[in-house]
Design a protein around this ligand. Structure first.
Ligand code: UD1
Ligand code: CA
Length: 475
């Protein structure tokens, strides 16, 4: 049986007290709705229909996946009404799986189980036993223990409210059956809405089998309606992803203090210290060690590379056995070959560093191509920007750049060249030679330190040099 998915995402999410539509609230760096879409993709459905309304354009823009079918629900008249907007796009012989944009932690394995009964013509509900059923629709069973109907909290009597078996909202049924049942749903309830949940009572009356599939954990079916629940979901997802990293062999200093906001692949014996944030696609080779307080986004690190504390790495490719940080920044386009060292307060942008090269302290390398075994001294800067254009710097193999050099691009430093400390290099330097571009040191014989001036003498000198309006210094 082919499967069509409907995701309900039209609600406003008033309880968020936010200008951002509820389904766009970020969970692990991605919109809630993104998590739901990713989970259903694993089932390879024939179509994914997203019912949207509030913040419609923003919601669509945030999920640009070309294969999503966006269905507008102009007025939010209830979950049953929302599903009805999508049904004209679904053939009768499909199974329909209904998800909620605000139930983001659902997993593919559970959805697969939920979709099975539809193939034999049944209606399946995902249910959960919860300690605190407040806010949920309650599952009402008949004396034989069969599901009779769902009662929404606002329509429930005291006995019904005591029921702790709840409706998670997720449901699956054959499309033809669902269409017929939804036609019978009326808005005669406390909220004057068309409840999707009413199809359960109608199905029972029609002799259609209703199966309850129990959710494997309450976390998976948790609804996110306010910022407190959003934080709870974040914590739950953090835990889930930390566990996945540990299962893959990584050692985490503290699983509660690591944030995985993307796809992370780890080799063997990777170590991640506290407060590491991983975003986008991150690949860590065998035995990589990441120190505390590091943020890595879209980064690949080769085996045995160590990143010390407090580094920020973005869109960088790093080879094997490199040493980075503490306090280093690799910006987009940084490409480090094996055994490169990039030390404290060093920034590398759109630059390649050849094998064994080192820039250990206080350096900016931008738009540079650095050869092998180059030593870049402390405080060296590539002056790559003239105010309008960016220019490249090329440094040959085994060059030695003295401390505090300004390399004014475009410029080439020959292989094996030495640049004297403090030089401002504006022209290409030949291979193997020493280049010096700095003022000659002088010693002034007989020079004496200034004597303390009287305030009148000071005022006179200031007036003489700067004009009468100049303010004297405070002290
Ligand atoms: C719903 C269920 C309840 C269940 C709970 C689980 C109904 C009537 N009730 O209640 O049994 O226990 O979820 O979390 O279904 N939406 C639309 N259009 C609408 C109304 C809602 O797209 O007109 C969307 C919302 O954006 C949301 C989802 O449907 O993603 C659920 O709506 P919500 O109002 O949160 O329903 P609950 O009161 O939580
Ligand atoms: Ca809800």
């Amino acid at each position: 049986m082919q499967l069509s998915v409907v995701i309900l995402a039209a609600g406003q999410g008033r309880r968020m007290n936010s200008d951002l539509p509820k389904v766009l609230q970020p969970l692990a760096g991605a919109p809630l709705l993104r998590h739901v879409v990713d989970a259903v993709r694993a089932l390879a459905p024939a179509a994914i229909h997203v019912v949207h309304g509030h913040g419609g354009e923003r919601v669509r823009a945030a999920l640009p996946d070309p294969d999503l079918d966006w269905v507008l629900q102009a007025e939010q008249l209830g979950t049953g009404h929302a599903v009805r907007q999508a049904l004209p796009h679904i053939p009768d012989e499909h199974g329909v799986l209904i998800l909620y944009g605000d139930v983001p932690l659902i997993e593919a394995a559970t959805l697969r189980r939920l979709a099975v009964p539809a193939a034999r013509g049944s209606l399946a509900l995902l249910t959960a036993d919860v300690a605190d059923p407040r806010g949920y629709g309650r599952i009402v069973r008949d004396p034989h223990g069969r599901i009779a109907k769902i009662v929404e909290e606002r329509d429930a009597d005291a006995d019904q409210r005591a029921i702790r078996e709840v409706n998670t909202g997720l449901l699956a049924a054959p499309a033809g059956t669902l269409r017929r049942l939804l036609d019978g749903v009326r808005a005669d309830n406390a909220q004057r809405e068309y409840y999707l949940t009413d199809v359960v009572g109608l199905a029972v009356a029609d002799g259609i089998v209703v199966d309850a599939i129990e959710a494997p954990s309450t976390v998976e079916v948790m609804g996110v309606n306010d910022k407190c629940q959003l934080a709870e979901a974040e914590a739950a997802l953090r835990q889930r992803r930390a566990r996945a990293l540990m299962e893959a062999g990584a050692t985490l200093a503290d699983p509660a203090r690591i944030d995985v906001r993307g796809e992370v692949r780890v080799g063997r014996d990777v170590f991640l210290d506290a407060n590491v944030v991983l975003e986008g696609r991150v690949t860590l080779g065998d035995r990589v060690r990441i120190g505390p307080n590091c943020c890595l986004r879209d980064v690949t690190l080769g085996a045995d590379t160590q990143v010390h504390a407090n580094c920020v790495l973005e869109e960088a490719i790093v080879g094997e056995d490199c040493r980075i940080g503490p306090f280093a920044r690799l910006r987009p386009g940084a490409r480090l070959h094996a055994r490169v060292h990039v030390g404290n307060f060093v920034e590398v942008k759109n630059s390649e560093l050849g094998e064994g090269s080192k820039a250990n302290h206080l350096t900016y390398l931008g738009d540079a191509t650095v050869g092998r075994d180059v030593n870049v001294g402390a405080g060296t800067i590539t002056c790559n920007y003239d105010g309008q254009n960016k220019w490249p710097t090329v440094i040959g193999d085994a060059a030695f750049i003295g401390s505090g050099a300004m390399l004014v691009a475009p410029v080439r430093i020959g292989a094996g060249a030495t640049i004297g400390a403090g030089s401002t290099i504006t022209a290409n330097t030949p291979a193997g030679q020493l280049a010096l571009a700095r003022a000659k040191q002088v010693s002034v014989e007989g020079w004496e330190r200034p004597a303390k001036a009287t305030s009148d003498a000071k005022a006179a000198r200031i007036a003489d040099s700067l004009g009468t309006n100049a303010e004297p210094p405070k002290k």
